[in-house]
Design a protein around this ligand. Structure first.
Ligand code: ZN
Length: 487
């Protein structure tokens, strides 16, 4: 008893020491400090090592793991380990760089809800959809960075892009019949665990539905070795595929909350226990939550996706069933919303009848080439065909650099300035543009300027200030709904 207590106290002190050192190191993103922080506890232990340790040693190192877990706040959803490493050196790094094809194999437990060929199809679809996504947003460019004063390149001088070419191979097995890892490739484990996954579950969150664990990050060839494990959590294809696509996203270096499928709360949403329904389960983007706005593409900010909302609206319009459902039924076009849902002042501004339906879309167009100005257009349409178009210039707030959602790698690169060449740990991104949002400005409505801000918080939010009521009117898409018995 006595010795246990003492050990506990020592552990607490060590824990506090290492945690503060570690967090400090994280803030500085400094490699020597990161190494020192982990050495204080155990020089040889990183998270990847921990996950492959035998059970007895795992217990001894549990504290260290806890410490590392503390560095993450976004670990509530599908796959805390995400990319395997939990410090800045590795977090969110794309697992594979380069044009060569990457091998993966698929293993399933015999009781899994989906057959091998169904799973093969899901995984193949997922990879294809990610490849299309990368090409759509031009994330296939080389990871390099040039500025007026410096040039950054890989240490070996080879330029690299994030790998998007994945090829299935048959799994290999050891003498005990366990699936072998693929060197520089990914093993999908559907409902089946290996020792890495078992250890992860012993120390991690057992509620997880899926996880992507990279054994270690390869800073030389950028070809990591890892596993994707998915629980046998649902017999619904769209939900299962959603988890597959989410974990694949981590392999591409996509960050949590960067796009619909990467929602940090993914496990909560797709679980059969929670009655969420989403027309976009299984897809990377939803109508409500895109990676970014693309030039000249209209983005609907009023999509409703479902009857549940309309039923509620009907209650508002006809509390005593006195009004015909006809006026509401017209809004069954998913991109339209009942006018009754917007503030009265906005209805008056846009001359909307209380019982009609409206649709708002947002798009941007690049201004004159020499300038960086973007013109935003807010278009309002009704089902009767009337439309109003407002234009406005928007600007990014002058705040410190915002973190980009773009995939990339944090690694050691060669920096060349006109004076010297040196090595530095940097994060290079596959997308050099700063995030489109948040921005603010105003839309001009006749003589009336309407202060506006547009943000991306798990989907686009358009907020317009209504001068008379002195309130912000918020427009954003409903991108999921609860299933009810009536549906
Ligand atoms: Zn995740």
């Amino acid at each position: 008893m006595e010795s246990l207590t003492r050990t506990f106290k020592v552990q607490i002190i060590l824990f506090l020491l290492t945690t503060s050192a570690f967090l400090q190191a994280q803030a500085d993103e400094s490699l020597p400090q990161l190494i020192r922080a982990s050495q204080q506890f155990d020089a040889n232990t990183t998270l990847e090592d921990l996950l492959t340790l035998p059970q007895e040693q795992l217990a001894q190192n549990f504290l260290n793991l806890q410490m590392q877990l503390m560095s993450r706040s976004e670990d509530s959803g599908g796959g805390w380990a995400s990319n395997g490493g939990e410090h800045h050196l590795q977090k969110d790094n794309a697992w594979f760089l380069g044009a060569s094809s990457i091998s993966y194999c698929i293993e399933r437990s015999s009781d899994f809800f989906f057959s091998k060929s169904q799973l093969q199809e899901m995984v193949r679809e997922g990879f294809n959809e990610w490849r299309a996504f990368f090409s759509n947003y031009k994330l296939t460019r080389k990871l390099d960075m040039e500025g007026p004063k410096r040039k950054v390149s890989f240490k070996d001088g080879i330029s690299r892009t994030v790998s998007t070419n994945f090829v299935e191979v048959p799994c290999q097995y050891d003498q005990q019949g366990q699936v072998k890892e693929i060197d520089g490739g990914v093993v999908f484990l559907f409902g089946k665990k290996n020792s890495t996954i078992t250890n992860y579950h012993r120390v991690g969150n057992v509620e997880q539905l899926g996880v992507a664990i990279r054994k270690s990050y390869d800073h030389v060839n950028f070809q990591s070795t890892g596993f994707i494990w998915i629980d046998n959590f649902s017999a619904q294809r769209a939900r299962m595929k959603h988890m597959v696509v989410h974990e694949q996203g981590h392999v591409f270096g996509m960050k949590h909350d960067s796009v619909f499928v990467m929602d940090e709360d993914v496990a909560y949403k797709v679980s059969d226990d929670n009655n969420f329904a989403d027309d976009f389960f299984g897809k990377i983007e939803s109508k409500a939550w895109k990676y970014r706005l693309l030039e000249n593409v209209e983005y609907v900010v009023t999509a409703n996706f479902g009857r549940k909302f309309l039923e509620r609206a009907r209650e508002v319009v006809a509390p005593r069933n006195q009004r015909p459902a006809r006026t509401i039924a017209k809004c069954l076009n998913q991109d339209f919303m009942p006018n009754i849902t917007i503030p009265k002042e906005a209805r008056l501004l846009f001359r909307l009848r209380p019982r009609g339906c409206h649709k708002f879309t947002l798009k941007f167009t690049q201004g004159p080439r020499a300038t960086k100005v973007k013109i935003y257009t807010l278009k309002m349409e009704t089902l009767r065909g009337t439309s109003i178009v407002l234009k406005g210039k928007m600007f990014a707030p002058k705040i410190p650099p915002r973190e980009s959602f773009a995939p990339g790698v944090f690694s050691e690169f060669k920096v060349q300035t006109h004076e010297r060449t040196f090595l530095k740990w940097l994060r290079l991104l596959a997308d050099h543009r700063s995030p489109e949002l948040p921005i603010r400005g105003h839309f001009q409505h006749g003589n009336l300027p309407l202060a506006t801000r547009i943000t991306n918080r798990k989907g686009i939010f358009l907020e317009v200030f209504l001068p008379n009521s002195k309130k912000w009117w918020v427009l954003n898409n409903i991108h999921n709904r609860f299933l009810t018995k009536s549906l």
